[in-house]
Design a protein. Structure first.
Length: 329
């Protein structure tokens, strides 16, 4: 089959589509339907080709990737997938993003959407307008990542599943950095006029159930599906008398899921401070923009120069509907 004859080298990382997609173009997965290789993507077929086991108690050592030029070319993608898995497992942001857009390059303008009045119309009245235009300012893209500070000699005899644990933590750290960017855009806007969140102020120094009701009503005509708050505020909310009913308690103790009396998902967000809360409609508030996915210094990884190899993700955020997020301070 084609996957047994492919020549793997650094050039597969420079094609612009990503390593796996470039492999898929050369060796489409659809041609393996009904075979023992069905369900594997092009990269996984290459691991099988060279007998590299990357998970489980019988996983191979790191050095197995470097027994030849072809197998060394697979290593940066292994690193990227382990980091991506850590990002996904620790991603809070994806729980309240409406849509994710993949772009090539760094220049991207999102859409600005506004809705008209929802009042009843009398005969002869003009229909209310929904306006959709391209925003004036580009989405601000931020690069987050780390240098891999280790050496081939330190790693070569260790199992790949152990190394993946360390890489997953890098992904989790990147995910938290991205969350901080998302919160900043929710509160302060994306750089375009009128995109900062409406601020409502607490009635006193401590958040009360009445403040949450005010937040809930302020989001109309949007639905409050999600609330973001720092740890101390989450504790305050969970300590409210209105949260101490049996149903909420069973859900929290049984699954760890936090739900407010208004039915919104309550997410602990330690990038926020100061007794604040964000309420939003996750279906239409935020667009996440990704440029290139996980990027590795593939040439350094292939050449075993781990100590200088960068791992990064470039991400930005844009507001979609103004008014779909409200900030309590």
């Amino acid at each position: 089959m084609a996957f047994d004859n492919l020549k793997l080298d650094k050039g597969l990382y420079t094609a612009g589509k990503g390593f796996t997609q470039t492999l898929e173009d050369l060796d489409p997965s659809e041609q393996y339907r009904g075979s023992t290789l069905e369900g594997l993507d092009a990269y996984e077929r290459q691991l099988k080709r060279f007998g590299i086991r990357v998970s489980g108690s019988a996983s191979d050592r790191v050095e197995k990737f470097f027994r030849g030029g072809d197998t060394a070319a697979l290593f940066p993608e292994y690193v990227a997938r382990a980091v991506r898995r850590g990002m996904k497992d620790d991603s809070v942001t994806d729980r309240f993003v409406a849509v994710t857009t993949q772009i090539e390059g760094l220049d991207y303008r999102s859409l600005s959407c506004t809705t008209g009045s929802d009042e009843d119309l009398a005969e002869g009245d003009s229909l209310p307008e929904t306006t959709i235009v391209t925003k004036d300012s580009l989405v601000s893209m931020h690069k987050h990542g780390y240098l891999l500070q280790t050496s081939y000699e330190a790693l070569r005899y260790h199992r790949l599943d152990l190394f993946a644990v360390a890489l997953s933590r890098i992904g989790a750290d990147i995910s938290r950095q991205i969350l901080a960017d998302a919160v900043d855009v929710l509160i302060n806007g994306d750089g375009n006029t009128g995109t900062a969140a409406e601020i409502i102020y607490k009635a006193g120094t401590t958040l009360t159930y009445g403040d949450l009701l005010n937040l809930w009503t302020s989001l109309y005509p949007f639905r409050m599906t999600t609330m973001l708050a720092p740890e101390d505020v989450v504790q305050t909310i969970l300590g409210m008398a209105e949260m101490k009913d049996s149903g909420a308690g069973q859900d929290f103790h049984g699954s760890g899921t936090l739900v407010t009396p208004m039915g919104a998902e309550l997410i602990k967000c330690n990038t926020m401070t100061g007794g604040t809360v964000i309420g939003l409609d996750k279906s239409c508030t935020l667009e996440k923009v990704e440029a290139g996915g996980i990027v590795t210094d593939f040439d350094r990884l292939i050449d075993r120069q781990f100590h200088a190899a960068g791992i990064s993700a470039t991400v930005g955020f844009a507001k979609i509907f103004q008014g779909a997020a409200v900030y309590v301070n």
